[in-house]
Ligand binder design. Structure first.
Ligand SMILES: [Fe+2]
Ligand SMILES: [Fe+2]
Length: 166
């Protein structure tokens, strides 16, 4: 049989930091498109006055936050943020990024209890806060790690599906 030797699950590995950085950016882009689309769908349902659809769209967005957004943040806080946090140059940036994670997770908690216009506003706030946060990762923090010979982006994200996809 042709697939006898295929591994059951191949974890993603990267030959260098450049390749890892582009995989992270691509994954961030997919996450942003999905999260923004879910937030927009919630706004549209609330604007249309469709309470049933609004309930469903809020559940979809909360579910995505629980399954994708929060595990992504938690995974970053391991070796990825950890190694940069120990450098003098990026220490404060990482502290700031951790505050972003706390804030975004707090917004998700608020969204869980919210309805109607408030839920729509919180959904938009989550999508926009995530967009700002990932620009700081893509444009400041991760390029810093990739450019620092003492740190390894490729090692920090290898096999972490929540950071680089499958
Ligand atoms: Fe993050
Ligand atoms: Fe991220």
């Amino acid at each position: 049989m042709a697939h006898d030797n295929a591994p059951a699950h191949q974890h993603r590995a990267f030959s260098d930091d450049r390749e890892a950085l582009s995989a992270i950016e691509e994954h961030h882009g997919q996450m942003l498109r999905r999260g923004s689309a879910l937030a927009d769908a919630l706004v549209a349902a609330v604007a249309a006055g469709d309470a049933g659809a609004a309930y469903d769209e809020k559940a979809n967005l909360v579910g995505w936050c629980e399954d994708e957004l929060i595990p992504h943040a938690v995974a970053e806080e391991g070796p990825l943020y950890g190694q940069a946090r120990q450098t003098a140059e990026a220490h404060l940036l990482v502290e700031g990024m951790l505050l972003d994670h706390q804030t975004i997770i707090g917004l998700v908690e608020e969204l869980r209890e919210a309805e109607g216009a408030r839920a729509a506003a919180l959904g938009t706030a989550i999508a926009r806060a995530f967009a700002l946060h990932l620009r700081k990762e893509n444009e400041l923090l991760f390029p810093f790690i990739a450019a620092n010979p003492a740190l390894s982006l490729a090692e920090a994200v290898a096999g972490l599906e929540a950071l680089v996809g499958e």
